[in-house]
Write a protein that binds this ligand. Sequence first.
Ligand code: PEP
Ligand code: MG
Length: 664
Amino acid sequence: MERSTIVRVHDGLHARPATRFVKLAKSFEADIELVKAEKSVSAKSSVKLMLLGVKENEEVTVRATGADAIEAIEALIGYLENPLSGTGEEGAAPAEATPVDVAPRKEPVAAPAPVSIQGGIRGVAASEGFAIGPAFGFFPQEIKQENRMLGHDEIPAEAARLRQAFATVQERMDRSLAASNLAESDRGIIAALKDIASDEELTEAAAALVAGGIDAVSAAIGATSKIADDFAAMDDPYLNARADDVNAVGRQICLALLGQDDANLEAIPEGAILIAEDIGAWDLARAPLKRIAGVICGHGGATSHVAIIARAHGIPAVLGLGHAVHELETVNTVALDANSGLVFANPDEATARRFHDEIAKAEAVKQSLKAYKDITPKRADGTVIEIAANLGSLEEIEAAQEAGAMGVGLFRTELLFMRHIHLPSEDLQAETYATLAKAFAPYPVIVRTLDIGGDKPISGIDFPVEENPFLGWRGIRMCLDRPDVFKPQLRALLRAAVHGNIKVMLPMVSGVDEVRATRLLIDECAAELKAEGRDHAAFDLGIMVETPAAVLVAPMLASEVAFFSIGTNDLTQYIMAADRLNPTVAKLNDVTHPAVMAAIALTAKAAVEAGIMVGMCGEAAGRADLIPAFVDMGLTELSMSPSSIQRAKKCVLDLGAAPDQHFP
Ligand code: PEP
Ligand code: MG
């Protein structure tokens, strides 16, 4: 039995997603294989899975045989299509969303040949920032293959020794994973290393070498370096970097065999710069990271785990210095500019001063941004202005939370529909919306119903060829004509509303009839769910105001809905009759044009007079130069990309805080 799908795991199946996939596969008894381009591997080995090199948007087949094959296929396909749902792991969504964790940026890793420039050494800028401090060299002793041939009678004992060493390393990693003070991103990395240490591909290869008469240390090095070479040969910089992880695991196994402890980072002084030929992610994740001011490495690139850990902890890092790193073994002080990948040994006074200035500046910006994160900005009369996030997928939840989003002002559901080769099921949608609601509760999460047209077709809906898709069968117009598509979404939203503060808004509305027709459908869905005995809850229904028609009948619409959200992206193109995608008329596509600003003001006035909430989720909502005008018009919610949130909060505050609002 088998099923194919397109992989939607961000950046493909490696490291943590592979671990999750394997964990899920192992929860079934069936024999399961993952097939890509006619190559199949066991779905229960993460090393094999990673070596299959499955990337996002590639087609794969899950093949299973055994009693629970159907359930296994259903669960694994579900994971591949929507990795943040149904993993059964507590807090899976935010953790998976950690960009540094599962989605390292695909920056070029090809290290420029390290060269000395004006007293500096160039490497790869792997984690931005400036640092200067005492040098702390970390150059553990190399473990060499002994290649000792065993006598026939020595083999069983050596095999047992090897098994014990694997078990010791796995236990150590388990202990680290159990530590309560481990950062979520580091936990993911150690879990991935543990997965390598317990992978049958590795354990069996090492055991086979010992069975062939080779000593355990040589076998461990031989088996790990073979797998590391396979990773190094892959056509993917992220997977290339996994070679270092496999070698790090091999080293730990050798140390366990030799009864030795590795050189350790416990002694690193406060504010030191860690310098090494190579640091295993395992070593770094266990190190006292708060004390480390910077990291410099001979090996590694921007997507190596060391870079990921450094970025997650805000530690500047320059990697890939090559042999030049040994020039730093004996220096006292070292400075690194990890924005441009430069390292200065024993910097002179002027250089040191420059570094201290840069560090102070960066720190000031960081501190001031942090201060805005948890602020609840209010108007002078005390009305809260909600600064919310625009999201398109669950992967973006953590970035929004990190920025201090006060809920979601626009969840675009199109991606959920475009990601699948068939329409997403009601269950999948309900799970997705519930994940969002839980992540932001008690703040509201405004989910926009499907806003799609002929310019962005999706499988499962046949769109006619249209002369002007932007003026055609799209958004609410299409949904009302296709209850088979619309009703599962409305049912999913009613079900998800049980889990948090879900609100729903309709796109491309041009009159009250569309709202009324939608309400009838919602009532029908609620009655069906009630008859089926399914949990569901009512939600506030609002509309996007993005057509000139909606602006002109805004007072009528305001008496029909719970809120307005102004979609300035479309509203501007329709008011100005200037295609938002056509660069030739880009000048006309200007939200500050008096005609567009007047439309926004009219909409706000209608909402304020009717006593309903009016917000904005078009790009203009994040513009610091326009926020004062919008707040003045009566908007009480502004939804934007997470990166604009803190600045927007500051902007509202600068308008004149409410008397009870104290700002640091
Ligand atoms: C808008 O039109 O302003 C809007 C937010 O929706 P979209 O950009 O998805 O059309
Ligand atoms: Mg729009």
